[in-house]
Design a protein around this ligand. Structure first.
Ligand code: ATP
Length: 237
């Protein structure tokens, strides 16, 4: 499929792996400006490997990655971040640093020395209360909030998130989904790798990754209409 004219991120034919092991086989995926895309797949499907190749933490051995007008395939991770792509890993925060230091680091990495911390605290009030405490003192759910706040401090155009539900109770998963819906409403583009289908609620399109290959891409409605996918994924939580 040719990239859409409004594509913010376009990956075409991406191969990647570790040593002699190839994990990704010709992965195509695109995210349009302001859109939320879910990359769905079970453990070991290659989601993390793909996200890392997008943001430049591992090399794409073949294929092409574009962000807006720029070909970023061979760019360093820091350059891709400067162009507006921010990565939130499963871990996402530095436990020994305070909440506020974590947020400032997220921004400083991109040359924004004075992030709008007050605005972030309005979205995440619990972080204001604990701003001088080390991130290690936060609960799992609060740490996830801090991870999102830290990523937002970099003022991305596209936020790339690896399993935001990891380690969270269903209640916190709901809270994360509520925050992501809010961010989507503000026009931020999101690419979310998940195995939890609860995130379909916030997505407009889905890519299903299996064994390092895209098995399906389409709208959420098209996915739920597909009987084989329904059977395969709708028992998954
Ligand atoms: P998970 O939800 O478990 O994180 P995933 O879909 O993100 O799964 P990946 O982490 O990308 O999958 O892993 C894909 C494959 O690559 C797996 O077989 C995994 O064992 C392997 N793999 C991942 N990281 C490395 C690494 N650093 N060195 C070698 N193999 C790796």
């Amino acid at each position: 499929m040719p990239p859409d004219a409004t594509s913010l991120l376009t990956a075409q034919g991406v191969n990647a792996g570790y040593g002699t092991m190839q994990v990704l086989w010709g992965v195509d995926l695109d995210v349009r400006a302001g859109e939320t895309v879910l990359l769905l797949g079970t453990n070991g499907a290659g989601k993390t490997t793909f996200l890392k190749s997008l943001v430049g933490l591992i090399e794409a051995r073949h294929g092409n990655i574009r962000l807006g007008d720029a070909d970023v395939t061979r760019m360093r991770s820091s350059e891709r971040m400067r162009l507006g792509m921010t990565y939130m890993s499963e871990l996402a925060v530095f436990p020994d640093l305070s909440i506020e230091e974590n947020i400032r680091i997220g921004a400083q990495a991109l040359g924004h020395p004075n992030p709008n911390i007050n605005e972030l605290y309005e979205t995440f009030p619990v972080l204001r209360e604990k701003r001088r405490a080390p991130a290690s003192s936060l609960s799992g759910g609060q740490r996830k909030m801090l991870g999102i706040a830290k990523a937002l401090a970099a003022e991305p155009r596209l936020l790339v998130m690896d399993e935001p539900s990891a380690g969270l109770s269903p209640l916190f998963v709901k809270e994360v989904i509520r925050i992501l819906s809010d961010l989507r409403g503000r026009g931020l583009a999101l690419l979310i790798a998940e195995q939890n289908i609860a995130f379909l609620e916030v997505a407009s399109r889905v890519f299903v990754l299996e064994g390092g290959r895209i098995r399906f891409s389409g709208t959420v409605a098209e996915m739920t209409d597909n009987e084989a996918l329904r059977k395969a994924y709708f028992g998954l939580k």
